[in-house]
Design a protein. Structure first.
Length: 158
């Protein structure tokens, strides 16, 4: 299984970076993981709605350009279908029967472009909360690790 996390921006805080590194190491037992960090577009102060849309579109085009052929794409967005850890595990297991590549896309601080959402094979959400995109990446990694533990019938702290 090849998992990609395509995201805007780099993790800047050491504590987020340490957590992400730990989950990457744990996931490596189950899958090949690639994190693709794309540049965060600068958002001008008092940006208009149109300027924000243009920024999301630019980030979105860059993200779409990183998707390899035959990849199942999951857009992580607040309006996505809310899934539990066990549902994510089941989704990964089902998708792995059709393809060996899954990409999870995490937008920048403005979210994902409509083009990315249209391209997605699934729109998923971990709930109605808004998370900083750096923290969302750590949560995504933890949930992936949990999903692999579930799918391999291994115990994991609840």
């Amino acid at each position: 299984m090849n998992i990609s996390i395509i995201c805007a921006g780099k993790i800047k805080e050491k504590y987020f970076s340490a957590a992400a590194d730990e989950y990457k190491k744990r996931i490596s037992r189950f899958a090949k993981l690639e994190i693709i960090e794309l540049p965060d577009e600068k958002i001008p102060d008092n940006a208009s709605a149109r300027e924000e849309e243009l920024i999301k579109e630019k980030e979105g085009r860059a993200m779409l350009g990183k998707i390899k052929p035959g990849t199942f794409v999951a857009a992580m967005c607040i309006e996505g279908r809310e899934i539990s850890s066990t549902e994510l595990a089941a989704e990964i297991a089902a998708v792995s029967m059709r393809t060996s590549r899954i990409a999870f896309i995490i937008g920048g601080s403005l979210g994902l472009s409509d083009e990315v959402k249209r391209r997605a094979d699934a729109r998923l959400s971990f709930g109605p909360i808004t998370l900083p995109h750096q923290l969302m990446r750590v949560v995504m990694l933890e949930q992936l690790y949990r999903a692999f533990k579930i799918n391999n019938n291994e115990s994991y702290h609840k």
